[in-house]
Design a protein around this ligand. Structure first.
Ligand code: SF4
Length: 586
């Protein structure tokens, strides 16, 4: 008889993605138990499987001082040999034979306490920022902007737009002397910026365009006609700028952050204004002398998932509701304001998947890889799959491919948490909203729980592939998506944590090695894997006994930070190793 799993009775999906959302019922985690329920009967191995009962082959007692497992194996082998040859061997004889053939057992050694983890470097976020409570808000975190990379397009575009605004505020007599605007890109921005179109994004910000509202055709135009010149109005002064003013500078050096850039306003060789900036991942930017903006106190301060979940459990509510209360208190917003922003992001995610699926099947993405779009083909063919499970996996993958290919085209995407991972969360959002028809409020709450996962990874580790490889992008995205699905299906807070933990754990160590510096290979398919892994993490977390989940989310985030620190820089968005080396472009 099937054994009932007490931990799985809340609204989990029971079929492939084409099924409608089933009725949900909230059930808190239960204590693990090995006892059988009243409706179950003990399993008799010999009745179910005649080959399963080995007891007649085993000696009844294990002699003192021998290794139990080794002894039982040898005893069974001896018994089996006797059965096969038709000879009767007594239990005593089998014991003697087993002991005689056993290797010498090593003397018992007192177990040694595991070595202490090496101390983390002082410049890691886990050390630097881990002290205070998480203060990030959704409108800082989910950002709409042009792909293909939050750190290489959205971040630099926000940076140059910021510099443009600062320059415009200079006194009129200073501006009157200005002759030139210049942007220098360093580190990873220089190493792989060309493949990401960093120079086009940087120029767009410099001419006063904002990432969330820029028409992707403007960026496409810069790619197709790179010699265009644009006048930039700074007060009464007008300065001409072009792609020649965006300089790919030193890819290696002693930079404060791998994604460093400088912006200058010059009068000949005289510097009128200069600022050093850092694109720190997920579209977030900082600059030399940056201090985080002052914010209100969160209603429920937390620094770890454990603290966040404790708030939820103590208040008999969900992680999402705690997040909502914090968003309102930190940003001074109403519930309606917070949800209005979340709805905007949900709609943008749905739109990016729709747009990707509607592209022609023979579309070729920009760049030297000449990568053919495959989202529409995978989607269509997946619908004909014979097995429902295969249809579900193929369909979910197609949604992720669609959004990720939009990123590869440089079209508008949503950082969740980054551009490279921009296919993962939209795939799950689209599946929940458009396929499963999950209640909109549940999806909103899922977005808040997903944000909490992203905030914690940012707070204690990194969202930047240049700092931590792909585990920091697709890994975090998959973890967020697992929390989204678990929350949308009313899972208890521990299951939400377990799902997020599991998805992150199984991306640890994943490197970033985009072929030719383009966010296409392995990035696009990797988004599909991240989406499927998120669903797998949810499936495991919602079916296991939650309290037996061995690794907690906070431990995995520490592992993410530590792995990021120790990862060879060749695997941190520099295109110097891995697939970027082994894949030959014809
Ligand atoms: S390999 Fe991963 S981290 Fe690197 S660019 Fe691609 S998606 Fe981003």
């Amino acid at each position: 008889m099937p054994v009932t799993n007490p931990a799985r009775n809340y609204g989990r999906p029971d079929q492939g993605l084409k099924r409608e959302h089933c009725t949900t019922s909230h059930k808190q985690d239960e204590k693990p138990t090995d006892a059988l329920s009243a409706t179950e009967t003990p399993r008799d191995a010999s009745q179910q499987d005649p080959l399963a009962d080995t007891s007649p082959l085993l000696s009844p007692e294990v002699p003192a001082g021998v290794d139990r497992r080794n002894f039982l194996i040898r005893s069974a082998v001896g018994g089996a040999a006797a059965v096969m040859t038709g000879r009767y061997i007594s239990a005593e004889e089998r014991t003697a034979m087993a002991v005689a053939t056993m290797p010498q057992q090593a003397p018992q050694v007192k177990p040694v306490a595991p070595a202490e983890a090496p101390p983390l470097a002082a410049d890691l976020n886990v050390v630097k920022k881990g002290a205070g409570p998480v203060l990030t808000t959704v409108d800082e975190f989910y950002k709409v902007g042009p792909g293909p990379s939050s750190s290489h397009t959205i971040g630099p575009m926000r940076i140059t737009y910021d510099f443009y605004q600062r320059a415009a505020k200079l006194p009129a007599d200073t501006l009157a002397k200005a002759t030139k605007l210049q942007v220098n890109l360093f580190g990873s921005l220089s190493a792989t910026g060309k493949g990401h179109g960093t120079e086009r994004a940087a120029l767009a910000g410099l001419v006063g365009k904002e990432p969330a509202t820029v028409d992707p055709k403007f960026l496409d135009g810069l790619r197709d006609k790179p010699d265009q010149v644009f006048p930039v109005k700074l007060g009464a002064k007008s300065i001409d700028v072009s792609l020649k003013d965006i300089i790919y500078d030193a890819p290696k050096g002693d930079f404060k952050h791998p994604n460093t850039m400088t912006c200058k306003l010059l009068a000949g060789s005289e510097v009128l204004l200069e600022q050093e900036y850092y694109s720190v991942g997920g579209g977030f930017i900082e600059w030399k002398g940056y201090t985080p903006p002052k914010k209100n106190e969160p209603k429920y301060p937390y620094r770890t998932m454990k603290e966040l979940r404790t708030h939820a459990d103590n208040n008999k509510t969900t992680i999402a509701k705690i997040m909502l209360a914090n968003e309102m208190s930190i940003a001074g917003k109403s519930e309606a304001d917070v949800y209005a922003f979340v709805d905007k992001i949900i709609n943008a995610m749905v739109a990016t998947v729709k747009s990707g699926l509607s592209m022609p099947e023979d579309d070729v993405l920009p760049g030297p890889i000449k990568l053919h779009s495959k989202a529409a083909t995978v989607y269509k063919r997946a619908q004909d799959d014979k097995f429902q499970g295969d249809r579900g996996i193929g369909t979910l993958s197609a949604f992720a491919l669609a959004a990720s290919e939009e990123n590869g085209r440089g079209h508008l995407v949503i950082t969740a948490p980054t551009g490279g991972s921009a296919g993962v969360m939209p795939a799950l959002v689209y599946a929940l909203v458009e396929v499963r028809k999950v209640d909109n409020q549940k999806v909103r709450e899922g977005m808040l729980a997903a944000a909490a996962v992203g905030y914690l990874c940012k707070h204690h580790a990194t969202l930047s592939a240049a700092e931590g490889g792909c585990q920091a992008e697709i890994g975090v995205a998959s973890s967020m998506a697992a929390a989204l699905v678990a929350t949308a299906y009313d899972a208890p807070s521990l299951v939400v944590e377990n799902a997020a933990e599991s998805a992150l754990e199984h991306h640890l160590g994943m490197t970033c090695d985009p072929v030719a510096g383009y966010v296409q290979v392995p990035c696009i398919e990797r988004c599909a894997f991240g989406a499927v892994k998120a669903w797998t993490a949810y499936a495991i977390a919602s079916n296991e006994i939650a309290s037996r989940h061995r690794v907690n989310f906070d431990e995995t985030v520490i592992a993410l930070a530590q792995t990021a620190k120790e990862m060879n820089s060749k695997y941190k968005e520099t295109s110097e190793a891995g697939l970027a080396q082994s894949v030959v472009l014809c």
